[in-house]
Design a protein around this ligand. Structure first.
Ligand code: THU
Length: 138
């Protein structure tokens, strides 16, 4: 990886970690942070926000995407998700589809643990043969 790519990833990791520290996860106690970069270079972050009515909880990725959209941006260049524990904190099925809306099959999804990135996937690997905006283009 080039030095600037490495620095960029470190920046994304720091933003996701900072959001993770604010996760509202009083039911699962599983704190997640997400940070995405847009082609403009801006970074948007989010954390999971749970709810006493369990299905109303929101994932960290959804928060980061909402922040991006609220800022008027519409493209994810890359996204990083950080969670604790041994297992890879890969996005849930619903969030893979949420990412898909603003990304393509080559978009990188970095999965991090407390110490940094553990694995990087493409969206195409995590959500093959996906349905997206192009299917509805008229
Ligand atoms: N969670 C996320 O926020 N993102 C993921 O990628 C996986 C799971 C959250 C949802 C819920 O608040 C908690 O983690 C346990 O599932």
């Amino acid at each position: 990886m080039s030095k600037s790519a490495e620095a960029g990833l470190a920046e994304l990791f720091a933003a996701a970690k900072a959001a993770q520290a604010n996760a509202y996860a009083r039911y699962s106690h599983f704190h997640v942070g997400a940070a995405l970069r847009t082609p403009s270079g801006a970074i948007y972050a989010g954390c999971n926000v749970e709810n006493a009515a369990y299905p109303q909880g929101a994932c960290a990725e959804a928060g980061a995407i909402a922040a991006m959209a609220a800022a008027g941006e519409r493209r994810i260049a890359e996204i990083l998700v950080v969670g604790d524990g041994e297992a890879l904190c890969t996005p849930c099925g619903g969030c893979r589809q949420r990412i898909r809306e603003f990304a393509d099959s080559a978009t990188l999804i970095h999965i991090a643990g407390p110490k940094g990135v553990r694995r990087t996937f493409t969206l195409g690997e995590l959500l093959p043969y996906s349905f997206g905006p192009d299917h509805l283009a008229r």
